[in-house]
Design a protein around this ligand. Structure first.
Ligand SMILES: Cc1ncc(COP(=O)(O)O)c(C=O)c1O
Length: 392
């Protein structure tokens, strides 16, 4: 107990934003650790002084990107050859959904719990290519998810697009069961890992997923404009490239005369051109810091503990209804407060120096319990909600 408290204290000292505010919004953007900000500052200063294109910077750029891919690979328990760097989760989801040569009448199964980052590419191919979208109605995500999805699969299903942890109710969905069903039907499974990466253990090979898209800026506490995507070897054979450039190509992989194009043999083929190197260095630094100084297993345990603590504390509060299914959750807790709409509640909490967010579907407020939070943060939120209700 004392050990946890001193570790949490050290972590909080390394993340200034979390002592300045009661910061409970990692599901939107996580707080940056000092080490990431420092790495970014040093690279920016070098770029300013050096002019960015001196010869040493080419290998530095390649090494920095490879370090980031390797860190993501450790997080997801896979080989770096299956990782491409992206700008955000949505990038990874788009490159997967756009990678099929869709025919009119082909089908995608998705759920009614997806974020626009997943819905956008799905409904885009529906509009462009006449793909039929079948939507699984999952309630709060605590029921028989695989059973509901199974009833929507047909001979024409080519892909399932689904979140691992739902952004609106905070439910962890049974991805392994969905993969087993999908693969029996010959369909690919594309997972939105925006809320799961860094908040629950993810082993992409054990899950059997084809594509797993993640952000850098949420539970992994990296800078904005960073993300990554896992693409399995099998999916790499199937998915076409949608955005292509020099970064996608094997050495000598483009020959104009023969209209010849050879992508890299790894998932790097999904990267196209120039990148924001300071941001990628910051992403790699945040990931390495969480792995080495926080510890992923410790972080997952702490997030789960704090999520449960928040769930119980809010449930006991008169006028509060918690929407998150308690036995299928991690660190996201969604709730409503009688007599006050979610955006107004979020604003009033900000006046108490507490940061959470509101959600539109279903209308609710949502807190994210990060590994750097403590029970006192949750107590302050609960107390502030009680005060806000009293003053209504
Ligand atoms: C489940 C889910 N998917 C996708 C996104 C979009 O994330 P990104 O900005 O990394 O594309 C979010 C972020 O809010 C999310 O919660």
């Amino acid at each position: 107990m004392a050990e946890t408290a001193s570790k949490v204290l050290a972590i909080r000292e390394a993340m200034p934003a979390v002592t300045r505010h009661v910061y409970l919004n990692t599901g939107t953007y996580g707080p940056l650790p000092l080490v990431a900000a420092e790495v970014m500052r040093v690279i920016l200063e070098e770029e300013l002084a050096d002019g960015r294109i001196v010869p040493e910077r080419y290998p530095l750029a390649a090494e920095t990107k490879q370090r980031a891919r390797a860190e993501v690979a450790r997080l997801l328990a896979c080989s770096p050859r299956n990782i491409a760097l992206t700008r955000h989760t949505t990038d990874g989801l788009n490159l997967a959904v756009m990678g099929i040569n869709w025919q009119p009448g082909d089908e995608i199964v998705t759920t009614d719990m997806e974020h626009p980052g997943g819905q956008g590419p799905v409904f885009n191919v529906a509009r462009r290519y006449g793909v039929v979208v079948r939507t699984a109605r999952l309630g709060d995500g605590s029921g028989d998810v695989a059973g509901v999805i199974e009833r929507l699969l047909t001979r024409r299903t080519r892909m399932i697009v689904i979140s691992h942890l739902t952004w609106n109710t905070g439910a962890v969905l049974p991805i392994d069961e969905v993969v087993a069903l999908a693969h029996r039907h010959g369909a690919l499974v594309v997972v939105d890992g925006a809320q799961s990466a860094g908040s629950i253990p993810v082993d992409v090979a054990a899950l059997g997923v084809d594509v797993y898209a993640i952000p850098g800026q949420k539970w992994l506490c990296g800078p904005e404009g960073t993300g990554a995507v896992y693409v399995s070897d099998e999916a790499m054979d199937v998915l076409n490239l949608t955005v292509v450039g020099y970064a996608s190509l094997a050495a000598g992989g483009l020959e104009i005369a023969g209209s010849y194009l050879l992508p890299k043999p790894t998932a790097e083929r999904f990267e196209a051109g120039g990148v924001n190197l300071p941001a990628i260095a910051g992403q790699a630094a945040s990931l390495a810091w969480i792995r080495e100084c926080v510890g992923y297993e410790w972080a997952y345990r702490r997030i789960a503990e704090l999520g449960q603590y928040a769930w119980h504390s809010l449930s006991r509060l008169p006028g509060v209804t918690v929407l998150t299914p308690r036995d299928r959750m991690a660190g996201l807790v969604s709730f409503t407060v009688e007599g006050i709409d979610p955006p107004t509640l979020v604003q009033k909490l900000w006046e108490h120096n507490i940061v959470i967010r509101s959600i539109t579907h279903p209308p609710c407020a949502r807190l994210s319990a990060g590994f750097y939070n403590n029970e006192e943060d949750i107590d302050r939120l609960v107390q502030a909600i009680a005060e806000i209700r009293r003053d209504l």
